[in-house]
Design a binder for this molecule. Structure first.
Ligand code: BTN
Length: 236
Protein backbone atom coordinates (compact mmCIF):
# COMPACT_ATOMS: atom_id res chain seq x y z
CA UNK A 1 0.00 0.00 0.00
CA UNK A 2 1.09 3.49 -0.74
CA UNK A 3 1.13 6.66 1.29
CA UNK A 4 1.98 10.29 0.77
CA UNK A 5 3.86 12.51 3.22
CA UNK A 6 3.47 16.26 3.24
CA UNK A 7 6.29 18.17 4.97
CA UNK A 8 5.31 21.56 6.38
CA UNK A 9 7.14 24.18 8.44
CA UNK A 10 4.61 24.99 11.09
CA UNK A 11 1.07 24.00 12.07
CA UNK A 12 -1.01 24.21 15.22
CA UNK A 13 -1.09 20.42 15.45
CA UNK A 14 -0.55 17.85 12.72
CA UNK A 15 -3.66 16.01 13.98
CA UNK A 16 -5.73 19.20 13.66
CA UNK A 17 -4.30 19.85 10.21
CA UNK A 18 -5.57 16.49 8.97
CA UNK A 19 -9.02 17.26 10.34
CA UNK A 20 -9.26 20.31 8.09
CA UNK A 21 -8.15 18.91 4.74
CA UNK A 22 -10.26 16.81 2.33
CA UNK A 23 -10.07 13.11 3.08
CA UNK A 24 -7.19 11.27 1.45
CA UNK A 25 -6.42 7.70 2.46
CA UNK A 26 -2.93 7.34 3.96
CA UNK A 27 -2.04 11.00 3.76
CA UNK A 28 0.61 11.88 6.34
CA UNK A 29 1.75 15.31 7.45
CA UNK A 30 5.03 16.06 9.22
CA UNK A 31 5.72 19.48 10.73
CA UNK A 32 9.02 21.02 11.82
CA UNK A 33 7.19 22.61 14.68
CA UNK A 34 3.72 22.69 16.23
CA UNK A 35 2.32 25.74 17.97
CA UNK A 36 -0.33 23.69 19.82
CA UNK A 37 0.95 20.15 19.97
CA UNK A 38 -1.63 17.98 21.70
CA UNK A 39 -1.12 15.07 24.02
CA UNK A 40 -3.70 12.65 25.38
CA UNK A 41 -6.12 13.74 28.09
CA UNK A 42 -5.98 17.41 27.15
CA UNK A 43 -2.24 17.74 27.74
CA UNK A 44 0.25 19.62 25.60
CA UNK A 45 2.97 17.95 23.58
CA UNK A 46 6.34 19.69 23.51
CA UNK A 47 6.86 20.69 19.86
CA UNK A 48 9.94 22.85 19.40
CA UNK A 49 11.32 23.46 15.96
CA UNK A 50 13.39 20.60 14.61
CA UNK A 51 13.69 18.80 17.94
CA UNK A 52 10.99 16.24 17.52
CA UNK A 53 9.17 14.29 14.88
CA UNK A 54 5.57 15.45 14.75
CA UNK A 55 3.72 13.17 12.37
CA UNK A 56 0.07 12.37 11.74
CA UNK A 57 -1.64 10.09 9.26
CA UNK A 58 -5.25 9.70 8.18
CA UNK A 59 -7.25 6.65 7.23
CA UNK A 60 -10.85 5.66 6.68
CA UNK A 61 -12.63 4.44 9.79
CA UNK A 62 -11.77 0.95 11.02
CA UNK A 63 -14.58 -1.59 11.36
CA UNK A 64 -16.34 -0.92 14.66
CA UNK A 65 -15.23 -4.18 16.23
CA UNK A 66 -11.52 -3.35 15.91
CA UNK A 67 -11.68 0.35 16.68
CA UNK A 68 -10.63 0.01 20.31
CA UNK A 69 -7.42 -1.69 19.20
CA UNK A 70 -6.33 1.15 16.92
CA UNK A 71 -4.01 2.86 19.36
CA UNK A 72 -2.44 -0.44 20.46
CA UNK A 73 -1.70 -1.44 16.88
CA UNK A 74 -0.15 1.94 16.04
CA UNK A 75 1.90 1.72 19.22
CA UNK A 76 3.31 -1.61 18.03
CA UNK A 77 4.08 -0.03 14.65
CA UNK A 78 5.93 2.80 16.38
CA UNK A 79 7.94 0.69 18.82
CA UNK A 80 8.99 -1.67 16.06
CA UNK A 81 10.59 1.26 14.22
CA UNK A 82 12.18 2.73 17.35
CA UNK A 83 13.62 -0.66 18.31
CA UNK A 84 15.82 -0.59 15.22
CA UNK A 85 17.67 2.30 16.87
CA UNK A 86 17.21 1.51 20.57
CA UNK A 87 16.62 -2.16 21.07
CA UNK A 88 15.62 -1.81 24.72
CA UNK A 89 12.65 0.46 23.87
CA UNK A 90 9.34 -0.94 25.15
CA UNK A 91 5.64 -0.14 25.33
CA UNK A 92 3.74 1.13 28.29
CA UNK A 93 0.03 0.44 27.96
CA UNK A 94 -1.95 1.92 26.30
CA UNK A 95 0.42 3.52 23.81
CA UNK A 96 3.61 5.14 24.98
CA UNK A 97 7.11 4.16 23.93
CA UNK A 98 9.59 4.19 26.81
CA UNK A 99 13.32 3.69 27.30
CA UNK A 100 14.57 2.90 30.81
CA UNK A 101 11.58 4.48 32.51
CA UNK A 102 11.55 7.59 30.35
CA UNK A 103 9.01 8.46 27.72
CA UNK A 104 10.32 8.72 24.16
CA UNK A 105 7.16 8.70 21.99
CA UNK A 106 3.48 9.42 22.47
CA UNK A 107 0.57 8.45 20.25
CA UNK A 108 -2.77 10.19 19.92
CA UNK A 109 -5.53 8.49 17.93
CA UNK A 110 -8.64 10.48 17.12
CA UNK A 111 -11.76 9.11 15.48
CA UNK A 112 -13.95 11.55 13.55
CA UNK A 113 -17.10 11.03 11.51
CA UNK A 114 -15.31 10.09 8.32
CA UNK A 115 -11.69 9.45 9.28
CA UNK A 116 -9.26 8.12 11.82
CA UNK A 117 -6.23 10.25 12.61
CA UNK A 118 -3.13 8.83 14.24
CA UNK A 119 -0.56 11.26 15.57
CA UNK A 120 2.90 10.19 16.68
CA UNK A 121 5.34 12.41 18.52
CA UNK A 122 8.95 11.26 18.87
CA UNK A 123 11.49 13.21 20.89
CA UNK A 124 14.40 13.33 18.47
CA UNK A 125 17.07 15.79 19.59
CA UNK A 126 15.90 17.43 22.80
CA UNK A 127 18.45 17.41 25.59
CA UNK A 128 17.46 15.77 28.87
CA UNK A 129 17.51 19.26 30.33
CA UNK A 130 14.98 20.56 27.83
CA UNK A 131 12.65 17.73 28.84
CA UNK A 132 13.17 18.03 32.57
CA UNK A 133 10.13 20.26 33.21
CA UNK A 134 7.70 17.70 31.76
CA UNK A 135 5.23 15.84 33.94
CA UNK A 136 6.70 12.43 33.25
CA UNK A 137 10.39 11.60 32.95
CA UNK A 138 11.25 11.86 29.26
CA UNK A 139 14.13 11.19 26.92
CA UNK A 140 15.02 11.65 23.27
CA UNK A 141 16.78 9.60 20.62
CA UNK A 142 19.79 11.92 20.87
CA UNK A 143 19.87 11.73 24.66
CA UNK A 144 20.08 7.95 24.22
CA UNK A 145 23.01 8.38 21.87
CA UNK A 146 21.15 7.91 18.60
CA UNK A 147 21.05 10.40 15.76
CA UNK A 148 18.48 9.79 13.05
CA UNK A 149 17.38 11.97 10.20
CA UNK A 150 13.81 13.07 10.86
CA UNK A 151 12.83 12.53 7.25
CA UNK A 152 14.10 8.96 7.27
CA UNK A 153 12.33 8.30 10.54
CA UNK A 154 9.10 9.78 9.14
CA UNK A 155 9.20 7.47 6.15
CA UNK A 156 9.93 4.39 8.25
CA UNK A 157 7.12 5.27 10.64
CA UNK A 158 4.58 5.98 7.90
CA UNK A 159 5.36 2.69 6.21
CA UNK A 160 4.95 0.71 9.46
CA UNK A 161 1.80 2.57 10.42
CA UNK A 162 0.24 1.72 7.04
CA UNK A 163 1.22 -1.93 7.53
CA UNK A 164 -0.38 -2.09 10.98
CA UNK A 165 -3.42 -0.18 9.76
CA UNK A 166 -3.95 -2.92 7.19
CA UNK A 167 -3.60 -5.67 9.78
CA UNK A 168 -6.02 -3.90 12.10
CA UNK A 169 -8.72 -3.27 9.50
CA UNK A 170 -8.95 -6.92 8.45
CA UNK A 171 -8.94 -8.22 12.02
CA UNK A 172 -5.39 -9.53 11.88
CA UNK A 173 -3.91 -7.41 14.64
CA UNK A 174 -3.40 -9.57 17.69
CA UNK A 175 -2.98 -7.95 21.12
CA UNK A 176 -0.32 -10.55 21.90
CA UNK A 177 1.94 -8.50 19.63
CA UNK A 178 1.50 -5.60 22.00
CA UNK A 179 2.02 -7.79 25.07
CA UNK A 180 5.30 -8.97 23.60
CA UNK A 181 6.67 -5.42 23.72
CA UNK A 182 5.06 -4.59 27.06
CA UNK A 183 7.14 -5.57 30.10
CA UNK A 184 4.28 -4.48 32.36
CA UNK A 185 2.55 -7.82 31.85
CA UNK A 186 3.04 -9.94 34.96
CA UNK A 187 4.21 -6.98 37.06
CA UNK A 188 2.63 -4.96 39.83
CA UNK A 189 1.45 -1.50 38.84
CA UNK A 190 -0.22 1.44 40.48
CA UNK A 191 -3.54 2.40 38.89
CA UNK A 192 -3.91 6.15 39.20
CA UNK A 193 -7.59 6.99 39.08
CA UNK A 194 -8.43 10.30 40.72
CA UNK A 195 -7.89 10.08 44.47
CA UNK A 196 -7.46 6.35 44.60
CA UNK A 197 -4.34 4.58 43.40
CA UNK A 198 -4.60 0.89 44.19
CA UNK A 199 -1.92 -1.62 43.36
CA UNK A 200 -2.71 -4.39 40.95
CA UNK A 201 -0.95 -7.12 39.03
CA UNK A 202 -1.21 -6.96 35.25
CA UNK A 203 -2.56 -10.20 33.79
CA UNK A 204 -2.59 -9.05 30.19
CA UNK A 205 -4.58 -7.19 27.58
CA UNK A 206 -7.92 -8.41 26.30
CA UNK A 207 -9.34 -8.44 22.80
CA UNK A 208 -10.84 -5.02 23.23
CA UNK A 209 -7.53 -3.54 24.31
CA UNK A 210 -8.41 -3.20 28.00
CA UNK A 211 -5.75 -3.90 30.60
CA UNK A 212 -6.69 -6.91 32.72
CA UNK A 213 -5.50 -6.52 36.27
CA UNK A 214 -5.87 -8.37 39.54
CA UNK A 215 -6.44 -6.25 42.63
CA UNK A 216 -5.36 -7.62 45.97
CA UNK A 217 -8.33 -6.50 48.07
CA UNK A 218 -8.93 -7.36 51.70
CA UNK A 219 -10.42 -10.77 51.79
CA UNK A 220 -9.75 -11.76 48.23
CA UNK A 221 -8.64 -11.16 44.73
CA UNK A 222 -10.67 -9.25 42.22
CA UNK A 223 -10.06 -9.03 38.51
CA UNK A 224 -10.72 -5.73 36.77
CA UNK A 225 -10.60 -4.29 33.28
CA UNK A 226 -8.99 -0.90 32.86
CA UNK A 227 -9.78 1.35 29.94
CA UNK A 228 -7.19 3.84 28.84
CA UNK A 229 -9.50 6.82 28.93
CA UNK A 230 -9.86 7.01 32.70
CA UNK A 231 -6.59 6.11 34.33
CA UNK A 232 -2.87 6.28 34.15
CA UNK A 233 -0.78 3.32 35.13
CA UNK A 234 2.59 3.50 36.82
CA UNK A 235 5.04 0.63 36.81
CA UNK A 236 6.54 -0.02 40.24
C1 BTN B 1 0.61 11.55 24.41
O1 BTN B 1 1.48 10.77 24.79
O2 BTN B 1 -0.02 12.24 25.23
C2 BTN B 1 0.32 11.67 22.93
C3 BTN B 1 1.22 12.65 22.24
C4 BTN B 1 0.98 12.76 20.76
C5 BTN B 1 1.82 13.84 20.12
C6 BTN B 1 1.72 13.85 18.62
S1 BTN B 1 2.88 14.96 17.86
C7 BTN B 1 2.08 14.75 16.32
C8 BTN B 1 0.59 14.75 16.61
N1 BTN B 1 0.08 16.11 16.66
C9 BTN B 1 -0.34 16.45 17.87
O3 BTN B 1 -0.80 17.55 18.19
N2 BTN B 1 -0.19 15.41 18.72
C10 BTN B 1 0.37 14.25 18.04
Amino acid sequence: ETFRILFVDEVDSTNEYLKRVPFEEALFVVADRQTKGKGRRGKNWISEKGKGLYLSGMFSLPPLSYRSLASLSFAVATVSVVKKYISRAYLKWPNDVYVDGRKLCGILVEVLKDRLIVGVGVNVSYSRDELSHLEVPATSLLAEGVSVDRKVLAEELAERIVLYKEKLYVGRFDVSEFEQFCPMVGKTVKIIDGKKSPLARVLGIDREGALIVEFDDEGGRRVGRIFSADVSVRIL
